[in-house]
Ligand binder design. Structure first.
Ligand SMILES: [Zn+2]
Length: 478
């Protein structure tokens, strides 16, 4: 049994004006791909079957969320993958390790393009199994291009490795039994931001709890619920259900049931923490008798593909004369350079942010005191902490999400010593959630705006909820 492994994992927002290129990606090939930690279960899987199993690495490219992927970079990754796949010789199975929300400049449904390129190499006899993030957007054509498909069942994602293992176990099982499954797919016309569909809360918890029961039905191997990636604008952008199996009628029935349940729950999805405008959140934080209060500047969240340099929140903190706040962080190469040239302890005049994402607020002129400079970290570049009024503003040379205490410690800041900590995130990552005495979600404008009706959708298939709130829809018979 020879099984090739490869793919591309990237979540790209086409609302972001900043494209990403090949240099933003980690590319793994050969033995490095098999041993990099993405698939720690390969030996166990191989031992679980009687026939000898050989895993054949091809190419896998990945990067954290961002804007559109440059077309040339995508084509180069695909060429490398196809070449390695062809060089691998005949394979019985192919596992595609994908995210599902890859947006490439000038393309739509990039994962379909990748899967079709793979199919041209491996031929029709080869079984293709894919796994994705539940924040992937699944077109009917993609579901048809692969033989099996599964997705994460938790958000925040706690089953990443387990999902990859399930995709490979499904593939190996079908090869062993010489069975060829299909994937039934139902597009559910709903756009949902991740912040309203945590599987730790209802209604997502109950929806995902139904999946194992569906998996066990006769003729069905796997049921998957995709919440989709709402900050992209393609015809495929939406929630979806897929059911992999051997009994088409049972699969379609199960997919329709789950799709209807998701549709029926569409208005029940809500935020797990208090939310409001930027000003609402600042007032609520100041009035709270606890500290630190973390406020997520959710519209400008780099972990959802946004740019992170919208200075609107800083402007409001200063306008409201907030006495003690940290803002983490704004990527601004020029402003960091000014701070570096001036040196620690200097007074500086800066124009902050608004240089990359120009649509959501102009650069903000501020005068401040350079408290701290941190030189050239390979990931973030240099960083500066500038005190502006009551705000400690963290400036980074490159885009950086502050997701844990160590990120703050690296610039000499302990969030626990401050009243308000503003982060460019959606939901807080676990350590920050534990640190926050109170967490608030600011529905601020930006590329990752949680108020989806404010985003300039043009390509998404209409009608779709909530852009067309009055629409009606039935899953049965789809
Ligand atoms: Zn995700």
């Amino acid at each position: 049994m020879r099984i090739a492994i490869g793919g591309i994992s990237y979540e790209g927002s086409n609302f972001s004006p900043i494209p990403v290129g090949a240099n933003d990606f980690v590319v793994r090939t050969g033995g490095d791909l098999l041993s990099c930690g993405r698939y720690p279960f390969l030996d166990d899987l191989a031992r679980s079957v009687d026939a000898p199993v050989e895993f054949v690495p091809t190419l896998h490219a990945r990067s954290g969320p961002g804007g559109p992927l440059e077309r040339a970079a995508y084509e180069a990754f695909k060429r490398g993958f196809v070449k390695a796949l062809a060089a691998a010789g005949p394979v019985d199975g192919l596992y595609l390790d994908l995210h599902g929300a890859l947006f490439v400049e000038g393309m739509e449904d990039a994962e379909l393009d990748w899967a079709l390129a793979a199919r041209r190499v491996v031929g029709n006899a080869c079984l293709i199994s894919a796994s994705m993030d539940l924040h992937g957007n699944i077109s009917p054509a993609f579901a048809q291009a692969v033989d099996m498909l599964t997705a994460y069942r938790t958000a925040p994602h706690a089953d990443v490795i387990e999902t990859r293992q399930r995709a490979l176990a499904l593939l190996i099982g079908c090869l062993e039994r010489r069975e060829r499954p299909t994937v039934a797919q139902v597009t559910v016309p709903v756009l949902l931001p991740g912040e309203r569909s945590s599987t730790a809360a209802e209604p997502a918890a109950a929806l995902y709890a139904r999946l194992p029961g569906v998996d066990r039905r006769a003729g069905i191997l796997d049921a998957s619920l995709f919440m989709g990636f709402a900050w992209s604008d393609e015809p495929r952008t939406s929630a979806a259900v897929t059911v992999t199996g051997f009994d088409r009628a049972a699969q379609e029935r199960a997919a329709a049931e789950l799709a209807q349940a998701l549709w029926d729950a569409r208005t029940d999805f809500s935020y797990a923490v208090p939310f409001g405008t930027i000003d609402d959140c600042i007032h609520q934080a100041l009035a709270a008798g606890v500290a630190p209060v973390f406020i997520s500047d959710a519209g400008d969240n780099p972990t959802a593909g946004a740019v992170g340099d919208v200075p609107l929140f800083l402007e409001r903190l200063l306008a409201l004369d907030v006495p003690d706040a940290v803002l983490a962080a704004i990527p601004d190469r020029e402003a960091v350079a000014v701070c570096m040239a001036a040196g620690e302890g200097s007074e500086v005049s800066l124009t902050v942010g608004g240089k990359l994402d120009r649509r959501h607020g102009p650069p903000l002129p501020v005068a401040g005191h350079v408290e701290r400079l941190v030189m050239g970290d390979p990931e973030t570049g240099s960083q500066a902490v500038v005190r502006v009024g009551g705000v400690r503003l963290i400036l980074t040379e490159r885009r950086k999400a502050f997701t844990e205490l160590a990120d703050f410690a690296a610039v000499g800041i302990d969030p626990r010593a401050h009243k308000i900590v503003v982060v460019k995130l959606g939901y807080l990552f676990p350590e920050l959630a534990r640190t926050a005495a109170l967490a608030l979600l600011a529905l601020s404008p930006g590329v990752s705006d949680l108020e989806l009706t404010r985003l300039p959708y043009r390509r998404v298939r209409r009608p779709i909820y909530p852009l067309d709130p009055q629409m009606e829809w039935q899953a049965m018979g789809k």
